[in-house]
Write a protein that binds this ligand. Structure first.
Ligand code: ADP
Length: 165
């Protein structure tokens, strides 16, 4: 079994993430989408909520699993018996960071490769930050995220608005 993990924040998951997941699922026997539960950050969605959103979005991909993890990605990769860590590359601005991560992970676990998938061109501009920003101004985000995730984002932003009023 050739397992890969695809780690990230996914706050929220976007069509860019889903494109990477779909393509990775054709390259490996199993892809474990790994949602980082970082207690130092205050995300829009809890790790559990992000896991649930992703599970719904990938339910048609039988060899994709979604889990959350804490701590170092490379340790989680070992725990999952992964031979690879998949990451996405949108632009040169991603490259320096991703290269550094790949290099440090290679030092920590030489048997685990980093596989960088270049973005589908139509999603090159797309990030979770862009989605959160546009959604917060009430813009249509249906081109960025699936309908089920769009609903969750609108609901969460309304909850936050009501809380602050
Ligand atoms: P992180 O905080 O770990 O960067 P993200 O959820 O922002 O988590 O992204 C997870 C991975 O998905 C990263 O490798 C990122 O470069 C990649 N990614 C994000 N958006 C896209 C996109 N539109 N196309 C391709 N890869 C993407």
């Amino acid at each position: 079994m050739r397992n890969a993990i695809y780690p990230g924040s996914f706050d929220p998951p976007t069509y860019g993430h889903l494109d990477v997941i779909k393509r990775a699922s054709t390259l490996f026997d199993k892809v474990i989408v790994s949602v980082l539960n970082n207690s130092a950050k205050t995300p829009l969605f809890s790790a559990e909520e992000r896991v649930n959103m992703l599970r719904e979005a990938v339910c048609d991909l039988p060899n994709v699993e979604v889990r959350s993890f804490e701590g170092l990605t490379i340790e989680f990769a070992k725990e999952c018996n992964a031979c690879a860590i998949v990451r996405g590359l949108r632009a040169v601005t991603d490259f320096e960071y991703e290269l550094q991560l790949a290099q440090v992970n290679k030092v920590m676990a030489p048997a685990i490769e980093t596989v960088l998938l270049t973005t589908a061109l139509e999603y090159a501009f797309l990030s979770s930050t862009v989605v959160r920003e546009f959604a917060s101004y009430g813009s249509d985000i249906s081109k960025f995220v699936p309908p089920s995730i769009e609903k969750c984002i609108i609901k969460r932003l309304n909850e936050l608005k009501n809380k602050n009023n």
